[in-house]
Design a protein. Structure first.
Ligand SMILES: *Cc1c(COP(=O)(O)O)cnc(C)c1O
Length: 373
């Protein structure tokens, strides 16, 4: 998809906020612990390469991505830190990971055997770095049985592999009730006990664990995702324990302003009709940019004031009722702070029945990203 560089609509990313959030997490952990910046899904919409480059100069310990291609994007941009693919990579692509020094997650013995065969057949020059995933209750990927984990450890002695890490992932670390979290912790310790020696990276904390269970963290590395971008993983369920600063805003400028006469309507379905003469502005952003149609009738900020969207959000444009006639080019904040008011991703998520993560990752590549360092 093309990026609309020649349009007054953008995602604004404040890199200093991301650095601030990482520093806050670092301060809250024992000295010597490491932080992997989770930059999957284009760094939760913030732009993976720009965020990773900035974190790299600020001294991050590694990056996590979801798919091998995302790791390759970072290597091609010149990043030299550890890069871990959190999802399962098809064995036939694993040689590409080894060649590019990208670490892969493995959750079963058959995968290791298949790679062993492949690596011996085609002789891949570098060992493949492996992080074993432990499924302690997320029910997604990873080892659950100690016996199979033991078998995996035997296979990892083959020099085609380098056993670099092991980790687990929590399903309920952002909830007030920690009973399930505690069960997962117990299984984590059971599986860790199978390892005669620990690999260099032992990681179990996502953002929520880093925020609400710092005393339960064993291992030496936190995988920081949503909290790095300044958002609360629980939405509004639990108060954040760190001073998190949201890093992302979405802004645009009015492209068209008109007076709508009483009785005239706006947008598809003509669902909105003016009761009196009023001023309407057009914003050059729509649902194809990730501003969901479910936000039809919601609010944006103009000159620090909330203004109602009117009519349905279109694919590429939407309309707002203005408090008075305002010039074309007036700034509109769809997400972020303007004056004393702020529309957060969490607020938009609650309005639409999704989570703040999804608001961020929905922002399409058509919206240009601009950075403030
Ligand atoms: C996405 C992901 C994370 C980051 O999660 P946050 O809630 O954003 O901190 C960490 N670990 C794994 C395995 C993930 O898939």
């Amino acid at each position: 998809m093309v990026t609309a560089n020649l349009r007054d609509a953008q995602v604004e990313v404040n890199l200093a906020a991301i650095r601030h959030n990482v520093a806050a997490q670092r301060q809250a952990m024992p000295a010597g612990n490491r932080i992997f910046g989770v930059v999957k899904a284009n760094a939760y919409g913030h732009g993976a390469v720009a965020v990773a480059q900035d974190l790299s100069s600020a001294g991050i310990d590694g990056f996590c991505v979801a798919a091998l291609d995302e790791g390759l994007e970072l290597r091609q941009a010149g990043l030299t830190e550890l890069i871990l693919v959190l999802g399962i990579t098809p064995v036939q692509y694993a040689g590409t990971a080894a060649e590019n020094d990208i670490s892969l997650t493995v959750g079963d013995v058959d995968w290791l055997k298949a790679y062993q065969q492949l690596a011996h057949a085609v002789s891949i020059p570098k060992p493949l770095k492996i992080h074993l995933g432990f499924d302690t209750g997320m029910g997604r990927i990873g080892f659950t049985e100690p016996a199979l984990l033991k078998e995996a450890l035997e296979l990892l002695k083959d020099p085609v592999f380098e056993f670099e890490g092991c980790f687990t992932h929590f399903a309920t670390a952002d909830e007030a009730n920690d009973a399930y979290f505690k069960q997962q912790i117990a299984r984590w310790h059971e599986l860790l006990a199978v390892l005669p020696t620990l690999p260099p990276y032992v990681h179990m904390a996502n953002s929520a664990t880093g925020l609400w269970h710092p005393d339960q963290i064993t291992g030496n590395t936190v995988r920081m995702g949503i909290s790095m971008y300044g958002l609360n993983p629980s939405g509004t369920v639990l108060p954040a324990t760190l001073d998190l600063q949201p890093a992302l805003a979405v802004t645009a400028r009015l492209t068209f302003v008109k007076q709508l006469k009483a009785g005239r309507s706006v947008s598809y379905g003509a669902t909105y009709t003016a009761k009196q003469d009023e001023w309407i502005g057009t914003i050059p952003v729509g649902y194809a940019d990730g501003y969901t149609r479910q936000l039809s009738g919601y609010q944006v900020l103009i000159n620090g004031q909330r203004c109602d969207l009117v009519g349905r959000v279109c694919m590429d444009q939407m309309m707002v009722r203005l408090p008075q006639e305002l010039p074309v080019g007036t700034k509109v904040t769809l997400l972020g702070r303007d004056g004393n008011d702020e529309i957060t991703a969490t607020e938009l998520a609650e309005k639409t029945g999704i989570i703040n993560y999804e608001i961020l990752t929905s922002l399409s590549p058509r919206l240009k990203r601009i950075y403030k360092s």
